[in-house]
Design a protein. Structure first.
Length: 160
């Protein structure tokens, strides 16, 4: 069965017909063509597919597209303006918060969600917010440094 899905995706209204069993991850990648959201474990364990739904991090591999009717969804493609990196993107770039980069979009979106709700998080709050994301290449030290740096940039006026 299919239904009409209306949502705001990366600041733009969209209306699409979606199957009842279509995952948000597949909707973003296959229907819309936004491939920044990564397919990782397909089981909600790695966080590579993290997007923001109404500013709250959500695992798109566990979310049915039809369940986000009327919501605002932000993907990694929504960040930055006029070719300038957002605070979190700059943090990951300048503080070397990514290695192979596969998990990076999920970490970035989880970090943006954190900073939108808590612009000056503690180390423990950063660890808790990123607890659903896994990186196989790093020891997480650089990721935490990247988020702290992004918080400082955000405090200075750069959007998260």
């Amino acid at each position: 069965m299919a239904r009409i899905l209306e949502l705001t995706l990366n600041g733009r209204k969209r209306v699409d017909a979606v199957a009842d069993n279509l995952l948000l991850l597949d909707y973003l990648r296959e229907t819309v063509g936004l491939t920044g959201t990564k397919t990782g474990c397909d089981g909600g364990e790695c966080g590579a597919c993290t997007v923001l739904v109404d500013d709250v991090p959500r695992l798109s591999c566990l979310t049915l597209a039809a369940s986000i009717e009327g919501a605002r969804v932000d993907t990694v493609e929504s960040l930055g303006e006029d070719g300038r990196l957002s605070a979190v993107q700059r943090g990951f770039h300048e503080k070397l918060g990514s290695q192979c980069g596969y998990c990076t979009p999920g970490f970035i979106m989880a970090s943006v969600g954190l900073l939108r709700h808590n612009p000056q998080p503690t180390d423990d709050e950063i660890l808790a917010a990123l607890g659903s994301n896994i990186c196989r290449c790093t020891g997480y030290v650089k990721i935490i440094e990247a988020v702290k740096y992004a918080a400082d940039l955000h405090a200075a006026g750069t959007s998260p």
